[in-house]
Ligand binder design. Structure first.
Ligand code: FAD
Ligand code: UDP
Length: 382
């Protein structure tokens, strides 16, 4: 008779791996982790290319968090290399810092106008503030702020968002574009979180250490439907929410991406980690991995991202497309998920249908174990 596990975890990304680790090490549960891909790590997976350069096959993954709890938790499995990600945007033929900041204004506007815009920004929001593009466009009647708001909207957000999501900005949840604010300062870092660092030996090593426990069995190349129902008691599902229910009330919208990986001479690499192209080309951004990994050498690996429609079974669902309609549909699936309470739990960027960063996926997994799974285990034991 084949073995029976206390838990089946579907998906070996950050969410599934953290849940598995906490169940196995923290609560002494036996855990089978399956992933349909041939590696652990989910979209945060990294690997060495043919030339030995560390790359992120599913696009650039930069770790950042304000949570000491999440950073300390992950620090059990990795040392870190401090790294502040910097991004430039190609706007009107110039490369300027993103988030759009006071230096971006001075680069793109005549000096007198830039001075007025800066003064108006500081007066309205305060030096150091990070208002969203929506905040800026609703900042009142000051003509310089109006001009600036319209310019940044048109030149930084409108084109990029149309490419990235296949939708106009207005159709998307405002939280999506609010991820990238306007910086009323000269801070040119993409993130301002307290902790900004890359796993010193890569994400792969971090995941290996996290899942290295006698209570954990990992089975790769294993879609959920290949796992016998008799081999587990309870499940945590980290795949796409609508997939679990056979898309029975409609397909949730996800966006996919084609990642074009290249190797170039270092002289032809980028001056910062990523350059965004809001207005030109079919792609959104190019990333030069040597900045993220800190690795040297005469050549460097780059990845260019071409957003595209998601087709189930054809390409991967990378981004949940957050609109009013998709939130309603996700709500319907959540009601269906609730009927499985006590047997199956749903968590992660795909299963929660939420635009989580890695730290949020980790935080979600830690809370799930603490607040729901540990009490369920205690009830069974009682
Ligand atoms: P995933 O990593 O998607 O893992 C889910 C896993 O489930 C997958 O491996 C999948 O194969 C598996 N699976 C699904 N269905 C099944 C099934 N039926 N059977 C078996 N296995 C299944 N976050 C940051 O913090 N910083 C960044 O810089 C950053 N950059 C990103 C860039 C891109 C292009 C993308 C797409 C995301 C980025 N993220 C970034 C977000 C980050 O990838 C996610 O927060 C994180 O990977 C979520 O982890 P997860 O485990 O919830 O999901
Ligand atoms: N965005 C934009 N222009 C940019 C950068 C971001 O319009 O130069 C918008 C766009 O809608 C994008 C969102 O802000 O999808 C979030 O950007 P982020 O860089 O956080 O995206 P991710 O790294 O998650 O792909």
């Amino acid at each position: 008779m084949s073995r029976r596990y206390d838990w089946l975890i579907v998906g070996a990304g950050f969410t599934g791996a953290v849940v598995a680790e906490r169940l196995a090490r923290g609560l002494d549960q036996s855990v089978l982790v399956v992933d349909q891909r041939n590696h652990v790590g989910g979209n945060a997976h990294d690997r060495r290319d043919a030339g030995g350069r560390l790359i992120h096959p599913y696009g650039p993954h930069v770790f950042h968090t304000n949570s000491a709890r999440i950073f300390d938790y992950l620090s059990q499995f990795t040392a870190w290399r401090p790294y502040a990600h910097r991004v430039q945007g190609q706007v009107d033929g110039r490369r300027v810092p993103l988030p759009f900041n006071l230096d971006s204004i001075e680069t793109l506007f005549p000096a007198a106008m830039a001075e007025r815009m800066t003064q108006a920004l500081v007066k309205r929001f305060g030096f150091g503030a990070r208002p969203s593009i929506h905040d800026l466009r609703q900042a009142g009647d000051d003509p310089d702020l109006r001009l600036l708001g319209d310019y940044v909207f048109d030149k930084v957000f409108a084109g990029y968002t149309a490419k990235q999501w296949g939708l106009p900005v207005e159709a998307l949840d405002a939280s999506v574009t609010a991820r990238v604010p306007i910086a009323v300062s000269r801070d040119d870092r993409y993130f301002v979180d307290r902790h900004q660092a890359m796993p010193r030996d890569g994400y792969g090593a971090l995941f290996e250490r996290m899942l290295d426990h006698s209570n954990i069995t990992v089975s790769l190349n294993t879609p959920m439907d290949q796992v016998g129902a008799g081999s587990w008691d309870r499940m945590v599902y980290c795949g796409a929410l609508d997939d679990y229910f056979g898309r029975s009330v409609g397909a949730l919208p996800y966006r996919s991406v084609r990642f074009d990986h290249q190797v170039v001479d270092v002289e032809d690499g980028l001056p910062v980690g990523t350059v965004n192209y809001p207005n030109d080309f079919d792609f959104t951004r190019i990333t030069d991995f040597r900045h993220l990994t800190g690795e040297g050498g005469p050549t460097t690996a780059t990845v260019t991202e071409y957003p595209m429609a998601h087709e189930a079974g054809v390409n991967d669902p990378y981004y949940p497309i957050l609109t009013e309609a998709s939130r309603t549909l996700a709500g319907q699936y959540r009601e269906m998920a609730a009927t499985l309470a006590g047997k199956v739990w749903f968590a992660g960027r795909l299963a929660d249908f939420q635009y989580y960063n890695m730290d949020q996926a980790v935080g979600r997994a830690l809370s799930l174990v603490e607040k729901s799974l540990a009490p369920a285990i205690a009830r069974i034991a009682a």
